[in-house]
Design a protein around this ligand. Structure first.
Ligand SMILES: [Cu+2]
Length: 303
């Protein structure tokens, strides 16, 4: 009936349709009876109130039929839910880290990405956590959603059965940049996926430009590179600039140099530029030293 995008799309849609059809039929029956009785037993047509005694067959019917319907809804929901919560043994694990306000995906071989790239017809298990507040990972086309909770691992799994690019976003309000916490799931033919997957393993990150690293890690959700203000300070032309920062509650003037840029990546709360909030997550565990240096060099050249 539906175009399936993952193994779970069909399940969820069928259950949803089943419940909707039952609800609509019930609504139609109840509403029509209400209207019929309103007319039939109105004061004009039925001036003396009718005393209606119990009706055994009718009472049995309205107990048995709804019970069967409700149990059927439960059964279909339970079967679908069980499949949803049982990832196959051979599912490819991908770690998902949510933070204000981007997603980071880490594969088994250490390959990282800001978009979720997956091979066609291979089950994928997402192991989800958050670095700061509550987020929620939602992939509407696959009909799956799960909370990202700090200090806890949750999971989702899916089996993509057609190539394409699908929306992936945060569905739990998590602050100013919530609406920009949007990414993509890209389902690729297996050869293409493995070519991408193995690329970094051999070549290392040396080929990546500063802009690529900033994009992949969601930095540009908060920092612009065209000089405009956003949630965080714009990166263009900040190298060598005099700014006022807040250090442990004290304001002081500094000149942005290499040391400051590096510290801001590893320990973002140390010296926060005045007028901005201390909300950036540390990149210490996220980015290797080499990539931090590449970013610093990129910002230095951004004039
Ligand atoms: Cu979020």
């Amino acid at each position: 009936m539906n175009q399936a995008f993952s193994n779970q799309t069909g399940n969820v849609d069928n259950i949803f349709l089943f419940i909707t059809v039952i609800s609509v039929v019930m609504l139609a029956i109840v509403t029509s009876l209400m209207i019929i009785f309103l007319i039939k037993f109105s004061r004009r047509k039925n001036p003396v109130a009718t005393d209606i005694e119990g009706n055994l067959p009718l009472e049995i019917a309205w107990i048995v039929i709804p019970t069967i319907l409700v149990l059927a809804m439960f059964y279909y929901g339970w079967v679908g839910f069980k499949e949803m919560r049982t990832p196959p043994e051979d599912a490819m694990p991908v770690k998902v880290s949510a933070r204000m306000w981007s997603w980071a995906f880490t594969y088994e071989n250490g390959r990282r990405s800001g978009e979720l790239l997956v091979p066609l017809n291979k089950p994928v298990k997402l192991i989800i956590t958050s670095e700061d507040v509550l987020h929620s990972l939602f992939i509407p086309a696959f009909r799956i959603k799960e909370d990202a909770v700090p200090g806890m691992e949750t999971y989702l799994w899916f089996l993509p059965d057609r190539t394409g690019s699908y929306d992936l976003f945060c569905s739990e309000y998590c602050g100013t940049g919530h609406s920009s916490m949007i990414s993509k799931v890209v389902v690729m033919p297996q050869e293409d996926f493995y070519a991408w997957y193995k690329k970094e393993e051999k070549g290392g990150a040396k080929g990546k430009s500063g802009l690529e690293i900033l994009t992949e890690n969601g930095c540009l959700e908060c920092h612009t590179i065209d000089g405009s203000k956003n949630i965080g300070p714009g990166l263009k032309g900040i190298f060598g600039k005099r700014v006022t920062v807040v250090t442990r509650g004290q304001e002081r003037g500094i000149t942005i140099d290499e040391g400051y840029l590096k510290r801001s990546l590893v320990e973002p709360g140390a010296d926060v530029v005045k007028g901005y909030s201390d909300i950036m997550p540390s990149q210490k565990e996220v980015l290797p030293e080499k990539e931090i240096n590449t970013i610093v060099d990129y910002i230095k050249d951004l004039k």
